[in-house]
Design a protein around this ligand. Structure first.
Ligand code: ADP
Ligand code: MG
Length: 635
């Protein structure tokens, strides 16, 4: 940096300005969270220094204990927050503080709801916490030096949070960061040490480094430091000594959630493998549940030292909504991500923790079905992935699944497979299901007609993941799961059906079947009379061993190769339309394709050539108007 550039103002990107403006003006009532954010950054920076210096000894410039210092000066109207963590280089300051390169900022602005309590939690979730300093400060300064860098590579950054910042080099003795806030006139309340102590207790009590607090010393008086947090790792204490409130506060600080969690699990495992786990299931799904770059929810500690955020190895993806910590006594402190990926101890911890979580969910389902239902509504779609991912626990997971069926209310997924099995008809030998692109399409499918007639329950599977669920979950309680839209449907076990099956198809129907077959050509792999329909004229059925038609559609829509096999057209000889067609002598080409397309439409499919369908329907309509009123419409 040249002399000229010193003190030159660098303008914030428009988005940063917009964000700052929002933070300052819309989160007014929750301003105290600024301290939580700055302390959490300081604590992260110490954790990172500790972790990185295990592999890079240059970073450890001297023996030191980590701590965070907070100093309040009424005279100067400042609060200083100091850490001896990893610090930042010039580029890092610019990157982390001054630009919007990080994806969180834009999403944060989109997610703001207007409710100040909710929104103040979003700050932490979206990784824009530093900016909260401007809620109370008219000026923010940063003195920082990266560990391992020469002393003269320190950085001084200053901003009024309105239009931009200045940045220049300075010499800094010790690595780490000091943030100095000069408070706005309307934020003087935060110059009170008692108030600051209260805020630290409220949000940062469990930060595992000491947070020291004091009034700024003056020429006349040296002030004492006091320890402002208890700093003990909550999970190391006995369950009976921890109040619900302490658990909740811990969860809230950890997850930036303002709600009490839905479920909590705290246990310590001793013996060959020793670890503690303190895990929570939130009451509501986080905004980034489906985001591939989402922030990880479970933190790994080794003997009380924070190591990293990494649910990927600590918990399987289908439990990615779980928040909390796992603290291992056995792992080395300098574990790397690569090491974690193939570590046997991590595998054993994971398997133990997953079993406990599943048991806990089972217990919840048994004792509080309303709460369990809330869990399912929030996380069911993700949890279902477990059927495909976690073969070892598939049976346990299957017990926890909930479905919408032809006998449950609306589209809510409330029925367990056990309940389905308990309600099965005498002699019923399979669990029937239909998959579709939505609950509404499943519910409206003509394939359900025969099941409705006989009052046989069918699972209505309208979530995309359901296709994979039924691929992996082939049976439950020794009953196979069977698609009602594939292969031959045999309801032999129903006595009434046996009789009706004895009817043979008339030669006229057989000849209609042949005509339709030749008219459809490649489009249909077969045409046959149905055992599935009561009210509709026709439906499409996938071959027994082909993927379901819904799956083929999903794969195609996501650009994947789908093994596509022409479906079977089944017609209902009892339907008036088919009865009429049986009597028709002339060309059935249009009729064949219209029947086929309608059957596709009724299962929620899109037609490949809607214009062909419309043209054919119009031709048939024109014919029928002609028949009835002798009006001749010329094309
Ligand atoms: P988040 O902490 O969620 O990433 P912040 O806005 O709070 O988002 O901070 C942005 C980034 O600035 C941090 O990720 C970190 O890289 C850097 N940073 C902030 N405070 C410090 C600090 N005290 N020491 C080192 N780096 C810091
Ligand atoms: Mg932060």
């Amino acid at each position: 940096m040249t002399e000229d550039q010193v003190n030159d103002k660098i303008y914030f990107q428009a988005e940063v300005q917009q964000l700052l403006n929002l933070v300052i003006h819309s989160l007014y009532s929750e301003r105290e969270v600024f301290l939580r954010e700055l302390i959490s950054n300081a604590s992260d920076a110490c954790g990172r220094h500790n972790f990185e210096s295990l592999t890079d000894s240059n970073l450890r410039e001297q023996e030191q204990d980590y701590s965070i210092e907070v100093e309040v000066s009424k005279r100067h109207k400042t609060i200083k927050i100091r850490d001896n963590g990893v610090g930042m280089t010039n580029d890092e300051v610019v990157e982390n503080i001054g630009t919007i390169a990080r994806s969180g900022t834009k999403k944060f602005m989109e997610a703001l709801s207007g409710d100040q309590t909710d929104d103040s939690n979003l700050i932490g979730q979206f990784g824009v916490g530093f900016y909260s300093a401007f809620m109370i400060a008219e000026n923010v300064e940063i003195h920082t030096r990266k560990a391992g860098q020469p002393k003269e590579n320190g950085v001084y950054w200053k901003s009024d949070g309105v239009s931009g910042y200045s940045i220049e080099a300075e010499s800094i003795e010790h690595h780490g960061t000091e943030v100095i806030l000069t408070l706005r006139k309307d934020a003087k309340e935060f110059l009170d040490v008692d108030k600051i102590r209260g805020i630290i207790k409220k949000y940062s009590d469990h930060v595992s480094l000491p947070i020291r607090l004091r009034k700024a010393p003056t020429a006349k008086k040296e002030e004492e430091w006091e320890l402002a947090n208890s700093g003990s790792a909550l999970w190391t204490r006995a369950r009976k000594d921890i109040s619900d409130e302490e658990y909740d506060n811990f969860y809230k600080t950890l997850s930036y959630d303002s709600e009490t969690p839905l479920l909590r699990l705290h246990n310590r495992v001793e013996g060959r493998l020793e670890y503690s786990a303190l895990l929570f299931i939130p009451a509501h799904a986080p905004y980034d549940l489906w985001d591939v770059d989402r922030r990880r929810g479970v933190k790994l500690y080794v003997r009380r030292v924070y190591i990293m955020d990494d649910t990927e190895n600590l918990l399987p993806a289908y439990l990615r909504f779980v928040r909390g910590i796992i603290d291992s006594d056995d792992l080395p402190l300098n574990v790397s991500r690569e090491f974690l990926q193939k570590n046997k101890q991590i595998e054993r911890i994971q398997s133990g923790v997953v079993k406990r979580l599943l048991n806990e969910l089972k217990r919840l389902a048994g004792k509080d079905s309303e709460k369990y239902q809330q869990f399912w509504e929030q996380f069911g779609k993700v949890f279902k992935e477990g059927v495909t991912e976690d073969a070892d626990n598939r049976k346990r997971i299957a017990e926890l699944l909930r479905f919408s069926t032809t006998q449950t209310e609306g589209s809510d997924q409330t029925a367990s497979l056990q309940e389905y099995v308990d309600r099965m008809k005498e002699n019923q030998d399979a669990i029937y299901y239909i998959t579709a692109d939505s609950h509404a399409s499943a519910e409206g499918s003509p394939h359900l007609e025969i099941f409705r007639k006989h009052d046989i329950e069918v699972l209505l599977l309208g979530d995309p993941i359901d296709e994979w669920v039924v691929m992996h979950l082939t049976e439950f309680a020794e009953k196979p799961l069977k698609s009602i839209a594939k292969g031959d449907l045999s309801l032999d076990w129903l006595d009434e059906e046996k009789e009706s099956e004895e009817e043979t198809t008339s030669p006229k129907v057989e000849s209609l079947v042949e005509k339709l077959k030749s008219a459809l050509g490649e489009r249909a792999s077969d045409v046959r009379t149905t055992t599935r329909l009561t009210d509709s004229p026709a439906c499409l059925v996938a071959n027994e061993f082909a993927p379901s038609r819904n799956l083929t559609r999903i794969l195609k829509a996501t650009g994947q190769n789908a093994f596509d096999m022409s479906p079977i057209l089944e017609i209902n000889p009892e339907h008036p339309l088919i009865k009429n067609l049986v009597e028709k002598e002339n060309d059935l080409d249009d009729w064949a394709h219209v029947l086929f397309d309608q059957a596709a439409l009724s299962e929620g499919a899109m037609l490949e050539k809607p214009s062909d369908y419309v043209r054919r329907v119009n031709a048939l309509l024109t014919d029928s108007i002609g028949d009835e009123s002798s009006i001749i419409i010329t094309p």
